[in-house]
Design a protein around this ligand. Structure first.
Ligand code: GH3
Ligand code: MG
Ligand code: MG
Ligand code: MG
Ligand code: MG
Length: 325
């Protein structure tokens, strides 16, 4: 505990210091004026309580109290006003100026030590409460930030579980789920479901000639071209595996599916990616198998995949770079 005594009288200073010492309190620090007190408060932050005399020549205790309370260094400091005047309006002014307590002269050792102890206890409690509030605010802020990060991470993880890392299309897992879902929906509505299987022609040769990295670039561009052909809400383009892609076309009949397949064929050719090695054309092409079925009762989605696969196989064996249905 650190006590600051502010009094213009050297005798009063010593008297108070002695009383405090006799009551088992630590040695007080002494100031002879308000300005000297301010200087001490600005320099040290360990003062717990101020005993402030009212009658002082340069600045009286009430003004000094107001000044200390108004300064950053003294805002939370308990101030006990010490006065010989028994004037109620003076006390009123002291409390208005921010004093916490007052003591009347002549001082008694037991009074002064009791007031000092209770003032410092109160200050300690206030400091602790403020520190707790600060900690709580920090904790709340940290939790808010962590929560936000967790949400972002969760979204990222969910997306990673659905999206093919190379092409940004739906991945195989998501495709399987989407196909099963759309198949059930088509079944219950009695509507057809279209499916395209797309496979890049002679892609092994492309990789061999241009390198695997350029192969990846090619895959990305083909994927983008396919995505651009699939515009209806509910349609889904996916990377089925390797250099094979699949497109789900809810509500498409065989003609509709074939139309989209032709668009994909044209769009990939239009990329004009030079191939030139054992390819059908001098640029990268695809073969597309198109299928559309209105699912019968008890029929499985695998039937649709098989039908599209067979059409793709036909497109390949008939010379590639074409659509078969
Ligand atoms: P076809 O016209 O009969 O489809 O001939 P193809 O060479 O395209 O078919 P094949 O199945 O023999 O070869 C597919 C090639 O695709 C082989 C494999 O290295 C390549 N491939 C599969 N996935 C990737 C990939 O992620 N990146 C790259 N660069 N190449 C891939
Ligand atoms: Mg005085
Ligand atoms: Mg193949
Ligand atoms: Mg291929
Ligand atoms: Mg293939």
């Amino acid at each position: 505990m650190c006590i600051l005594i502010v009094d213009d009288s050297r005798f009063q200073q010593m008297a108070m210091q002695t009383m405090l010492r006799d009551q088992g309190l630590p040695e007080a620090i002494l100031a002879g004026s308000a300005s000297e007190a301010m200087e001490i408060l600005r320099k040290r932050d360990d003062i717990d309580v101020v005993l402030l005399d009212v009658e002082m020549p340069s600045m009286d205790g009430i003004s000094a109290c107001r000044m200390i309370k108004g300064a950053e260094a003294g805002r939370d400091l308990p101030i006990i006003i010490v006065t010989a005047l028994k004037d109620e309006s003076l006390l009123q002014k002291a409390f208005e100026a921010g004093a916490m307590d007052f003591l009347s002269k002549p001082l008694k050792a037991i009074d002064i030590s009791a007031r000092v102890r209770s003032a410092t206890r109160l200050k300690r409690e206030t400091d602790q409460r403020k520190a707790r509030e600060r900690d709580l605010t920090l904790l709340t802020d940290a939790l808010t930030v962590a929560n936000g990060k967790l949400k972002t991470a969760n979204e990222l993880l969910r997306k990673m579980a659905m999206v093919d890392g190379l092409t940004g299309l739906a991945n195989r897992r998501y495709f399987d789920e989407a196909l099963a879902r759309e198949w059930r929906r088509a079944q219950s509505r009695g509507e057809p479901l279209g499916l395209l299987m797309i496979d890049i022609d002679f892609f092994k040769a492309y990789n061999d000639a241009h390198g695997h990295q350029q192969g990846d670039v090619c895959l990305k561009q083909v994927a983008q071209a396919i995505r651009d052909c699939v515009s209806r809400p509910g349609d889904l383009a996916a990377r089925y595996g390797g250099e094979e892609f699949a497109v789900i076309l809810p509500g498409a009949d065989p003609d509709g599916a074939t139309d989209v397949a032709r668009r994909v064929l044209t769009a990939v050719s239009a990329l004009g990616l030079p191939h030139g090695h054992a390819s059908v054309a001098d640029h990268v092409t695809v073969s597309v198998g198109a299928a559309a079925l209105a699912p019968g009762p008890g029929q499985e989605a695998a039937t649709l995949i098989q039908t599209a696969d067979q059409a793709l196989y036909q497109a390949k064996s008939l010379g590639r770079n074409q659509v078969r249905a």
